[in-house]
Design a protein around this ligand. Structure first.
Ligand SMILES: [Zn+2]
Length: 184
């Protein structure tokens, strides 16, 4: 006699693996940041009326209230003006990754952002390069890498971290060969 496999129930002796994810709530507007990060780009809203660059994303320009906002590529250059190290968190995901180094970066384009700090970033004040990455929940997060080109190469910016991934862009990815055709 054979029995079909059943889903392990509440009384199953086999513990079910639980995957912890970072908090993923974002506004509808903030998904623009995620869309760009998934393609390997760091983009922020730029006001078509007054030229202001803004972060975090909003429905209207923080300077002139225009709603004509375009997502535009940012080179990410900025100054790390302060930093802190977290040794405690109420969030289960972050608790797994303590201590956690965070910094406040004044971007050359104007806005100031709270970002994750890559381990190779020197203590503040320091030049950094901010980039957008996807976290384990698939949402955009900002990460500061060393601003110095030699240290940047050493930092392996394409490498994954427990806190962020390289993104879904085509760089360093393998495209599997297929025998299919598109269209007729
Ligand atoms: Zn404006």
């Amino acid at each position: 006699m054979t029995r079909s496999l059943e889903e392990p129930g509440q009384n199953s002796p086999v513990p079910q693996a639980r995957v912890l994810l970072p908090p993923s709530r974002r506004s509808h507007i903030a998904l623009g940041l995620t869309t760009a990060a998934a393609q390997g780009r760091f983009e922020l809203q730029v006001c078509s009326s007054c030229g202001a660059v803004q972060y975090p994303p909003r429905e209207a320009c923080h300077r002139c209230l225009s709603v004509l906002l375009d997502w535009q590529f940012q080179d990410g250059g900025g100054e790390l003006i302060s930093e802190t190290t977290l040794f405690h968190s109420h969030d289960e995901f972050f608790r797994e990754h303590l201590p956690l180094r965070l910094g406040m970066v004044r971007l050359d384009s104007g806005p100031t952002a709270i970002v994750y700090l890559h381990g190779k970033v020197p203590p503040a004040p320091a030049r950094v390069k901010v980039d957008a990455r996807l976290d384990k929940a698939g949402r955009a997060v900002l990460v500061a890498f060393p601003g110095d080109d030699t240290k940047m190469a050493d930092a392996d910016p394409a490498g994954d971290s427990p806190l962020w991934e390289a993104g879904c862009g085509p760089h360093s990815r393998t495209v599997p060969p297929t025998g299919g055709t598109v269209g007729k």
